[in-house]
Write a protein of this length. Structure first.
Lengths: 162, 434
């Protein structure tokens, strides 16, 4: 997959099919981007399970925090990575191990080798994007802030997820 | 004709009609409704908190965002090939809000000396009250921008096509100088419009507009816009704390971290519009939005008429010179071919051999062309800057801005070119009578 271009149809499919997201690097601080993304995705009906060894055992936005992906007792559909690019490979290994279907790396996070490894294991990979921003863009909410959604449509806005 | 640099992307005319404007999600209304509304209900206290914290997208209060205004913002962002836009009450407000995001007290910027007279006054005198300092340079030699840069400089500012003389800025090398200095190049693209020139294609980082002019196009609504390319790295230095550091005016939120490539679009709304206040009226947004739909058609006609009028004036015995960059005699002819291949706009100046008196006589003698201080209208407009818009400048500043006593400015409309020419012809004849 070309790193800088993901078709809208692919992103829509991911956001429609995914139910549970494990957010690696979720922060308990309200003004951190991961907290924003977690809160937004919860509002949109996703279950978001925070993963952060420093906050393990506490709660963020009503969800128990786990130290690693492997400790999560529930089924995880997507792993959202809020970590430096260099930290990606072991997270991808864990994502494969727990049976996640999608690995999504946040804006500024990219690891081509780890992405190839995940794709070889049958996972779908998105890099250098934010699921909150893509959800907002595809559902025209980003447009409310004057952001260019690049969407031309003669249909009413229908959410990617019901 | 097709304006389709990338076959995957819709063409310019398609964007002009559709970008930002899908059918209303509640009613299905196809044209964008006028949301003449101020407040928007919260579902509950938690959602209200999320909105105030910018954790979720949505409308709170129309000073920060309005459903009609945001359609226009997205439209302008799409036409410029940018990531996002913020609409403001006027072009001057757009400049204020853009600089407010970049500048701290004591900061400086370098600007072309060939600017709209109102911008020169805003930068040199009014901005001084914020302790912001401007250095004006001759833009015809791009190196002048580099030489004027100081460590406190936070931006370079030019007009792509300058008001009133029609000088064309050499955007590519100027953008390179800005990039090396780690500061954004801000381009006022009002006169060119994105139909004739897209500054982001040449390396600009921020575009500002007076939408009052060609984007609205009908002389009926004030409006301004700030557009960001999404390519400027706010974290590359400590120069832009309002974007790259926790913002005390927003509970410690770091805009560039949270919003990435549309950080400026969010900052100019959440802090700029919130605290300075110059939001665009929804009704004006509606009228300007309607104007943008015909922007390609109007700009073609404006450009075609301007060429015919410039050629007529260039051949008139009472006219000493014509500044239109489409003429081969213009010093900007090559730059115009590079940056404005569809035509160098429809606003230019010409010099009357009869000087100040002749200028006054011509603007007082026109019958169809309107004598007023606006540009970019469907109607042809004429002005004698030395006695009106540029009156507050010193004689030296007027000459520097290209508006000496003999200079007349014309904004060529979309009437039949023959009628514009006939009116100028009779006004010139009237001016020649003793």
């Amino acid at each position: 997959m070309e790193q800088d271009h993901y078709p809208d149809a692919l992103l829509r499919r991911i956001l429609r099919e995914v139910r549970t997201i494990a957010m690696v690097g979720a922060s308990p601080d309200w003004n951190r981007p991961s907290y924003f993304a977690m809160k937004y995705l919860q509002i949109k009906g996703y279950r978001v399970i925070p993963v952060n060894p420093k906050a393990a055992g506490t709660e963020i936005l009503g969800e128990r925090v786990y130290a690693s992906l492997k400790e999560i007792p529930d089924k995880v559909d997507m792993v959202d990575i809020f970590r430096a690019s260099a930290a990606v490979p072991p997270i991808v290994e864990d994502a494969i191990a727990i049976g996640a279907k999608v690995v999504w790396m946040q804006i500024g996070v990219r690891h081509d080798e780890a992405a190839r490894r995940a794709e070889a294991a049958g996972l779908t990979v998105v890099m250098n994007r934010c699921p909150k921003i893509e959800y907002g863009r595809l559902n025209r909410e980003l447009s409310w802030g004057g952001v260019n959604s690049r969407i031309i449509s003669s249909r009413r806005r229908l959410e990617a997820r019901r | 004709m097709s304006d389709r640099p990338n076959p995957k992307e819709p063409g310019f005319s398609t964007l002009a009609v559709h970008a930002g404007a899908t059918p209303d999600s509640t009613t299905g209304a196809r044209a964008t409704p006028i949301y003449q509304t101020v407040g928007y209900v919260f579902d509950d206290a938690d959602q209200a908190a999320s909105l105030y914290n910018l954790q979720t997208f949505g409308y709170v209060y129309s000073r920060l965002g309005n459903p009609t205004v945001s359609v226009l913002e997205e439209r302008i962002a799409a036409l410029e090939g940018g990531r996002g836009a913020t609409a403001t009450a006027s072009g001057h407000a757009a400049q204020l809000v853009a600089f407010f995001a970049l500048m701290q007290p004591g900061d400086e910027f370098v600007a072309s000396k060939r600017l709209y007279g109102g911008s020169i006054t805003q930068f040199a005198l009014t901005f001084k009250k914020f302790d912001w300092r401007v250095h004006f340079v001759d833009p015809d030699r791009p190196e002048n921008f580099r030489e004027a840069l100081t460590p406190r400089c936070k931006a370079i500012f030019v007009e792509s096509l300058a008001n009133p003389g029609g000088a064309v800025a050499d955007l590519e090398p100027i953008a390179e100088i800005a990039k090396k200095a780690g500061v954004p190049l801000i381009v006022d693209n009002t006169l060119a419009t994105p139909y004739l020139c897209r500054p982001f294609d040449w390396g600009a980082d921020i575009v500002v507009h007076s939408m009052t002019k060609y984007l609205g196009g009908h002389g009926n609504s004030l409006g301004g816009a700030i557009v960001e390319s999404g390519r400027f790295d706010w974290f590359a230095s400590d120069k832009f704390p309002a974007l790259s550091k926790p913002e005390p005016a927003y509970h410690g939120l770091t805009f560039a971290e949270t919003f990435g490539d549309f950080a400026l679009t969010m900052q100019t709304k959440a802090v700029g519009l919130r605290d300075l206040g110059p939001a665009l009226s929804p009704f004006n947004a509606f009228l300007i939005l309607m104007g943008t739909e015909t922007l390609p058609l109007r700009m073609q006609k404006h450009a075609e008429n301007a060429r015919a009028v410039a050629e007529f004036l260039a051949g008139h015995p009472q006219v000493g010179w014509v500044s239109y960059a489409g003429l081969e005699t213009s010093p900007y002819h090559q730059l115009a071919r590079k940056y404005l291949p569809k035509g160098p706009g429809a606003l230019f100046t010409f010099g009357l051999k009869g000087g100040f008196e002749a200028g006054v006589r011509v603007v007082e003698s026109v019958e169809m062309i309107s004598h007023l201080a606006n540009i970019g209208d469907t109607r042809s407009l004429i002005l004698h800057p030395a006695s009106t818009t540029h009156r507050q400048l010193s004689e030296e500043e007027r000459i520097a801005a290209g508006v000496g006593p003999e200079v007349v400015r014309i904004s060529v409309g979309i009437e039949d070119a023959d009628d514009v020419i006939a009116d100028l012809d009779q006004a010139l004849a009237a001016a020649a009578r003793p």
